[in-house]
Every structure is written in structure tokens, then in C-alpha cells.
Write a protein that binds this ligand. Sequence first.
Ligand code: DC
Length: 209
Amino acid sequence: MTKMIFTVAIDGPAAAGKGTISRAIAAQFGFAHLDTGLLYRAVGARVLAGDDAAKAAQNLRAEDIDRHGLRSAAVGQAASQAASLPEVRAALFDFQRSFARRPGGAILDGRDIGTVICPEAEVKLFVTASDHVRAHRRWLERVKDTPTLTEADVLAEQQARDARDSAREIAPLAPAADAVILDTTHLGLDDAIAAALQAVAAALEAPKT
Ligand code: DC
């Protein structure tokens, strides 16, 4: 039996809950999951170490996305800057595209999965929440390791990154026209996961047109 091609594209701004929802879908349906932000973060980390962004993207290796420290705010900003360069996005395109259409089902989360990487994805979700709710969640995660961190710092960092990611000319952060919008401002995480699982289950059952 040939394995099915089935892609779930999840886009949205920083700290909206994309990762948690993606992992829940991957576990439920047995799909492979790619956090595409990690590719840009790995490039950002190499830029902070002195490398050229385009060269770093062209020479990226699997182990680069396993490095410690990729989740830091400094790497996030460097990633967002590198992500606005067409050469960087071009270098990372084929890997993401093949991952999306690999046999057996795939879920990718990022900013441009439903619009650029895989516009024919069987399910497209755009996960979002208010600036303050997202900043509060990220602050709760980070304050354990950085007790001096304020919520205002996190909000400012996040707004700068979202503004750059939304305003860039190439593949800006935006919902695809046919994406299901999941606003987690008031929706609890369990309810958001349930809604996402339902959208995927419905698409898996839908007859192919
Ligand atoms: O999802 P994240 O916060 O780990 O992503 C880090 C940065 O990478 C983000 O600010 C913008 C960029 N990015 C992107 O441009 N396109 C993607 N598909 C994923 C991330």
C-alpha cells in the first residue's frame, strides 16, 4: 500500500501555541513534525557566531537544529532578521517542501507554510492570540531561568519580531485565504488542540475532489 501524502500547515505569530498544537496532531495521527522556526534559528545562531546568513542557510546540517540555546530571544531576533533575506528563504525551501510532501503525513509549523511552502496543504491552520496573552505565556516559560526578566521585555521583543516578520517583502507572516483561524486568546489549550484535531480528522475523512 502506498503511503498517503497529507500535509498540515500551521502558521502564526510567536508564542501563539503552534508548537503545542503541532506536537498534539503529530502524536495523534503519527505524522512527522517539522518546527520550521528552528531552521531560521539555526541560521540566526550562525550569524551571531560571525557567519554569513546565506552561506549558513546553504550549508545547514541536521545537527545544527539540535544545538542548545536556539530558543533564546537573541537568537530569535537574529533568526527573524535572517528570515527576511530572499537567499536564506530560497536555501531552506526545498528541504521544507520535500518534508511537507513526504509519504505518511507531515505537519509543519512556521510563518509561510500555508502560503508559500505548501499552498496545497490538506489542512491549514492559523494560530494566533492577543499580544499580551502571548507575551505572558512566553514570560512564564522564561522567567524560571531568568528571574530578572519582565513581561514588558518579552512583549517588546515579541512585537519587534512580529512587526518584522509581517512587514517583510518575501513570504510575510499572513494567514492563507483558506486557513482556519484559531484564536487562543480566550480558548484554553485543550480546546485549541481539540479544534485542531477535529479539523485534521475531518480533512482525512473528506473524499478527495
Ligand atoms: O517560530 P520561531 O519563533 O521559532 O521562529 C523564529 C523566526 O524565524 C521568526 O521570528 C521568523 C522566522 N521564521 C520564518 O520567517 N518563517 C518560518 N516558516 C518560520 C520562522
